[in-house]
Design a protein around this ligand. Structure first.
Ligand code: BES
Ligand code: ZN
Length: 596
């Protein structure tokens, strides 16, 4: 059988544009992974045993990126010939192995590169404690292949066991069930098992000076020692969130819901790693004002981790459904007013993202053609918010009770599965006949931009903000605002804003001193877009202390767009680059290139 030499050739056998996986070949059922962590060399020395669902033979293509493969052998230890093909952009290198008939499993010995795209290695100076190194993984979208050679597509779920060895002064956590730790001299060995099958992008671990504090029987806050109390305080409401989510979406299936507060360079707000969600430290505000990020990652326990997008072209199935689920959790806990405010902000951000893609409008479809496109480059809020508003349109068309009933069947029928937009369409057409036609689903799924019929979130609190028409906010009103309302208000201020208005606002509300990064960054962005340079130092502080891309992107974009600060954007980035996560570097570099 012919197989193309390039990654995704529209060939039916290659069904994921970001994987060499060929579905005519054997499929991996489970992985047994052993890694010795060498902090000095920034290398993992590994062994991985891939066991197949059924014994098989013939060609096997695995995804790898920057791996040095030492040997491949079969279940009897017999060496197998392999070829590591040249690296292709966005895909990595195809590891082609020829399996003898009836091969049950293979063992690979290899080591990772110091540049492994899934890993960030932090020097002690980059941690809170300042004494011990730190290592963490981030595998979504497709970086698992830079730490394990595997079939790196969410279409193929795997179970795994893992064993990490590392200096005994450190503690390791993994998104799996803890199977204990032993110490031998200076070296600790920790073991885990993931009994539920997961898409490879949910494989995750972190190693550092970690402590934990129990929040409830199934939730534990993990962080560096100096932050663990603050983390436990911030997330105290998590058990109530799980209850609310279980009422909406059915029993929580992953046993534990621990939360690891990451080092500041973590490039995302959160990552829904099963059993232990990874969260940016910027969520720790001291007043629980950003815990919607926890609701979001928790919601993925159903939408994303149970029902998974088959590949990045259908990413909206993960994130659009999760925005819907997140806002339902917010509604259950804080009321519909708060959920509407969140949706209203979502709508503003959606319009901004659509505008940002004016030269690549196909990126604003729900089903996005992704051949030759790096999912990290394509990342935007469009799948999140357009997906959310699409689901809201369907809900409005059929009524909430019918929509909820259908959603339960969707989560039940596709549990532990991986689906495409077409699977979603067929399922909803069966459960809610005519609903797709009623909302003109084609314009949502394959059309560009936002359909005019999108529901407009409404709330009295939103009206109060809009009535200000971007004028100075009165103290009595603004003192009742949460972070979402501040964001909505700051967005209504036309750019460039007058220095007088900005001075008034800062004097009244001390926005430059805000400890809520959602508010702070919206404020600083407004100032930069208005040529108000009094905030310079604070901007530098944020860029130097936080690696969350949601904050880096608008600040670097505003700096790079403005001729008087363009050079500063470049020099600031060069100074801070070493501290940023590889994915964040890639994003900032593309911003600087675009506006340079
Ligand atoms: N799964 C995403 C993060 C992600 C997406 C990582 C794509 C890599 C590739 C996570 O659930 C997420 O959406 N995080 C958001 C949280 C926000 C919407 C509350 C973030 O990081 O900002
Ligand atoms: Zn998400």
């Amino acid at each position: 059988m012919h197989r193309g030499e390039i990654g995704y050739d529209g060939d039916m056998a290659r069904r994921d544009p970001h994987s060499y996986n060929d579905d005519t070949q054997v499929a991996t059922e489970s992985v047994a992974w052993t890694a010795r962590i060498d902090f000095a060399a920034k290398v993992l020395h590994c062994e991985a045993v891939l066991t197949f669902r059924e014994p098989g033979g013939g060609a096997l293509d695995l995804d790898t990126r920057d791996l040095a493969i030492e040997s491949v052998s079969d279940h009897d230890g017999k060496p197998l010939p392999f070829t590591l093909h040249p690296t292709e952009p966005h895909l990595g290198a195809r590891l082609a192995i020829e399996l003898p008939a009836r091969t049950k499993s293979i063992k690979l010995r290899y080591k990772t590169s110091p540049d492994a795209s899934a890993l960030q290695w932090l020097d002690p100076a980059q941690t809170m404690g300042g004494k011990l190194p730190y290592l963490f993984s981030q595998c979504q979208a497709c970086h698992a292949r830079s730490i394990i050679p595997l079939q790196d597509t969410p279409r193929l779920r795997i179970r795994y066991t893992a064993e990490l060895s590392f200096p005994q002064t450190l503690t390791a956590v993994m998104a799996a069930a803890d199977r204990g730790r032993t110490v031998d001299g200076a070296i600790a060995v920790s073991r885990w098992e993931m009994p539920q099958p997961i898409p490879p992008y949910l494989l995750a671990f972190a190693v550092g000076d970690l402590k934990s504090k129990d929040i409830s029987a199934r939730c534990r806050a993990w962080a560096e020692p100096a932050q663990v109390d603050a983390a436990a305080y911030e997330y105290a409401g998590v058990e109530a969130m799980i209850h609310a989510a279980e009422n909406l979406f059915g029993p929580y299936d992953w046993e534990r819901f621990d939360i690891l507060t990451m080092p500041p360079s973590f490039p995302y707000g959160g990552m829904e790693n099963p059993r232990i969600t990874f969260i940016t430290p910027t969520v720790i505000t001291g007043d629980r004002s950003l815990v919607s990020v926890i609701a979001h990652e928790l919601a993925h326990s159903w939408t994303g981790n149970l029902v998974t997008n088959a590949n990045a072209e259908h990413f909206w199935l993960n994130e659009g459904f999760t925005m819907y689920a997140e806002r339902r959790i917010i509604e259950a806990l804080d009321g519909s007013e708060m959920a509407s405010l969140s949706a209203a902000l979502g709508r503003r951000e959606l319009d901004e993202s659509v505008a940002r893609f004016k030269d690549r409008p196909e990126m604003t479809r729900l089903r996005v053609p992704m051949q030759g496109i790096d999912p990290d480059d394509a990342y935007s809020l469009v799948p999140y918010e357009k997906g959310y508003f699409f689901l809201c349109a369907i809900e409005a068309a059929v009524g909430r009770p019918a929509f909820e009933a259908w959603l339960k069947t969707y989560l039940r029928d596709f549990r532990f599965g991986a689906i495409t937009t077409e699977d979603f369409e067929a399922h909803i057409e069966r459960g809610l006949p005519g609903a797709l036609a009623k909302v003109d689903a084609r314009t949502w799924i394959d059309g560009e931009g936002v359909p005019a019929a999108a529901v407009a979130p409404r709330s009295a609190r939103l009206d109060a903000i809009e009535e200000l028409r971007g004028g100075p906010a009165p103290v009595e009103l603004a003192s009742t605002w949460d972070a979402t309302e501040w964001n909505l208000y700051l967005e209504t201020i036309a750019r460039p804003a007058s220095a007088e208005l900005l001075q008034t606002l800062d004097a009244r509300f001390r926005l430059t001193q805000s400890t809520n990064h959602d508010v702070l960054v919206a404020w600083l962005t407004l100032c930069l877009q208005s040529g108000y340079h009094a905030v310079q130092t604070r901007v530098d502080e944020v860029l130097a202390s936080v690696g969350r891309m949601k904050y880096l992107r608008p600040l670097y974009t505003a700096l790079a767009k403005e001729p008087t600060t363009r050079a500063r954007a470049q020099t600031t980035y060069e100074r801070l680059r070493a501290g940023y996560h590889p994915i964040a570097r890639q994003m900032v570099e593309s911003v600087l290139r675009e506006h340079g």
